[in-house]
Design a protein around this ligand. Structure first.
Ligand SMILES: Nc1ncnc2c1ncn2[C@@H]1O[C@H](COP(=O)(O)OP(=O)(O)OP(=O)(O)O)[C@@H](O)[C@H]1O
Ligand SMILES: [Mg+2]
Length: 276
């Protein structure tokens, strides 16, 4: 279904993603782990076309999605929805409109400006919110919701696109443990019930072990581990994270600086692109 061949992305002289190859055959739940700067986000963004590749191919049913342009590239982007650590909702807009924004690129400028949505789309948005257990939040402003609820709204927005693949870049890194579990359970349900592939960058090993069918470990832009969660022993993890003998599993979280990191800037860029 998804066949990545030597995907490479240089920033200047540095390969952020360095000849990455792997193949995912069915609707698996795949986790990507690795220390900060390993190339996890760049790889996800390349898959979805947000970051152009320097070289390589990503084949989906035999078609190289890296070579798509214009309408075909946009169709592919809506087929692989992205979810971010910072949710990227429009804070002052109500929840149901945020969800409807998942299909913004299918609409005319005028209907968007006038905020006119076909009734069938509104019903579908509400059904998705109901499925995710947050239907009663529909009329509220997104900013009034808890982090876990906001991330579920972001998942609902992704589902509105009816994507085949969900790419989640550290979807629970900003959440407390209880909300993190709700969000991961939601992604897992979508994976199993709908048969949508989920590829998630994760910053803790226990989450990767608990939810993933397969884990890919990256280090310095390269894949250094590709296996089952049970093969992800502490020793293997130490190697992936390039840590020394006093490696502590609980210390694998990548640094989070929600407000000013380049990561949130890039996410804001994506949000802007979604709304453009
Ligand atoms: N837009 C950019 N311009 C220049 N360098 C970049 C850009 N985006 C990423 N990089 C560099 O590419 C490398 C990989 O970054 P990436 O964000 O993919 O890592 P990551 O594994 O997602 O890290 P984190 O866990 O901190 O999110 C890093 O060295 C980073 O500095
Ligand atoms: Mg990242």
């Amino acid at each position: 279904m998804l066949d990545i061949h030597d995907a490479t992305r240089f920033f200047g002289q540095k390969a952020a993603v360095d000849r990455v190859s792997f193949r995912i055959d069915g609707p698996a739940f795949v986790g990507i782990i690795g220390r900060s700067g390993a190339g996890k986000s760049t790889l996800l963004r390349m898959m979805n076309g947000l970051t152009p590749a320097t070289s390589g191919r990503i084949l989906v049913e035999g078609r190289d999605v890296l070579a798509l342009r214009g309408a075909e590239a946009r169709a592919w982007q809506s087929d692989c929805a992205m979810i971010f650590q910072q949710f990227n909702l429009v804070p002052r807009m109500d929840v149901v409109s945020n969800v409807l924004h998942g299909i913004l690129n299918r609409r005319s400028t005028w209907s968007t400006v006038l905020n006119l949505w076909p009734r069938a789309d509104i019903v579908r948005a509400l059904e998705i919110l109901d499925r995710l257990g947050i239907a009663e939040q529909a009329p509220k402003r997104a900013e009034a919701l808890s982090g876990g609820q906001q991330q579920r709204v972001a998942i609902a927005r992704a589902l509105m696109q009816d994507p085949r693949i969900i790419l989640a870049d550290e979807p629970i890194a900003s959440l407390d443990p209880m909300n993190a579990q709700i969000v991961m359970d939601t992604l897992k349900r979508i994976n199993i019930e709908d048969g949508r592939m989920v590829i998630a960058n994760l910053h803790t090993l226990d989450t990767a072990r608990r939810y993933c069918d397969r884990v890919i470990g990256m280090r310095d832009g390269r894949v250094v581990f590709d296996g089952l969660p049970e093969q992800l022993t502490t020793n293997v993890a130490r190697d992936i994270y390039g840590a020394d003998a006093d490696f502590n599993e609980s210390a694998t979280s990548t640094a989070i600086t929600p407000d000013s990191s380049p990561k949130s800037d890039k996410d804001a860029e994506y949000a802007a692109q979604m709304l453009a």
